[in-house]
Design a protein around this ligand. Structure first.
Ligand code: ZN
Length: 364
């Protein structure tokens, strides 16, 4: 028995990807088409303008709509617009929200979507999952994969360090997520897709191998991080769920969003949750092992650096298992309040504070 897997037809990650667009098959797709561009705010508008300049005169029409949020209202409004004047192709440009909104509207209105991520702050740059805001709470929903993903490394190089840290946090979390998936499989709770497992693991391993090379330039790091995050998205597409890239560490991040005010970026919170999950998973040595990577990459090592108090972090851990029906390490142990406190002291020692500087702005 074989399985049909959806992956993007075109994947372009290079310097000058936007000016070089006319040399790609993606440009041919746009010929004579009605194109709708959904643009993030802030600096992203400039990038949108550049893409618009490249394709206008080649596409039949190009319309640009700004997307400020990923709320259900924004999605409904955009969908109404699409139904009234249907485009033949949608282009999402931005760091996170514009990509999610494009994926959702493209899926609901059956219009193919091309994504131009301007930052790599999560694995949503190429995944069958989109995060939307409903009643002020973030919810993940299943969407179609984009038809193409185009990353211009010249654009990424000016992306704030904080966004890239978040993306790398989301990538490293494949490790704990895969551990949890194996646990769920062993407990007879979930099917295992070995191929998706392998791909999600290779994505993070290839990134870590690059980090271990002596000479590490930012451009190469960005390229490998982009590729690895895209591979993670494809692993999710193969698995048919976010399982290969989302385990107990994501439950902690979801609890921070739902119960503690959602004060930081998804990938930053996941990086913090990952340290706790690894401890629970009995990979204490792996926590030590990852520490140099956190240091090298400038990842957050203490929840206070993301603006969370001790009480909030305790609450996030306590509520994490209730966030969704997903079997993880949390199901294999009932943590008392005293135990949570004890582990918080070990995993987030005082020395881990103040290493992470919150630079840059929110995801556009
Ligand atoms: Zn994630």
């Amino acid at each position: 028995m074989t399985k049909k897997v959806h992956i993007p037809v075109q994947l372009i990650i290079e310097h000058g990807a936007i000016p070089n667009l006319p040399q790609t098959p993606v440009f041919d797709w746009l010929k004579g088409k009605k194109v709708l561009m959904v643009s993030g705010s802030g600096q992203t508008r400039k990038v949108t303008g550049r893409v618009e300049t490249v394709i206008s005169g080649h596409a039949a029409t190009v319309q640009v709509l700004a997307c400020q949020s990923n709320s259900l209202d924004t999605i409904n409004e955009l969908e109404r617009h699409v139904l009234e004047d249907p485009p033949e192709m949608m282009i999402g440009i931005g760091g996170g929200k514009a990509l999610d909104v494009s994926k959702v509207v493209g899926t609901r209105s059956n219009v193919p979507v091309i994504l131009f991520p301007t930052a790599i702050s999560s694995d949503a740059i190429c995944s069958p999952v989109a995060v939307i805001k409903m009643l002020n709470k973030s919810t993940s929903i299943g969407v179609k994969m984009p038809q193409a993903v185009i990353i211009d490394l010249d654009i990424l190089s000016s992306c704030p360090h904080r966004l890239m840290s978040a993306g790398i946090g989301d990538l490293l979390s494949n490790k704990t997520a895969l551990f949890d998936w194996n646990l769920a499989h062993q407990a007879g709770k979930e099917e295992m897709n070995t191929f998706a497992n392998l791909m999600a693991n290779n994505a993070v391993e290839s990134f870590m191998n690059t980090l271990n090379q002596d000479e590490l330039d930012r451009s190469r790091l960005m390229k490998v991080a982009s590729e690895s995050l895209i591979m993670s998205g494809i692993a999710m597409s193969i698995a048919g769920s976010s399982r290969p890239c989302s385990g107990s560490e994501h439950l902690v991040s979801h609890a921070m969003d739902y119960h503690c005010g959602a004060k930081a970026l998804h990938g930053e919170q996941v990086a913090i949750g990952l340290l706790f999950s690894q401890y629970l998973q009995g990979q204490r040595e792996r926590v030590e092992y990852l520490a140099p990577y956190y240091e090298k990459l400038g990842l957050p090592t203490h929840y206070e650096d993301l603006g969370y108090t001790r009480e909030e972090m305790h609450r996030a851990i306590r509520m994490a298992p209730t966030m969704r029906n997903r079997y993880t390490i949390f199901n294999e142990m009932a943590l008392s309040d005293e135990e949570i406190d004890r582990i918080l002291d070990i995993v987030y020692p005082d020395e881990a504070k103040n290493r992470y500087r919150l630079t840059g702005s929110s995801v556009g």
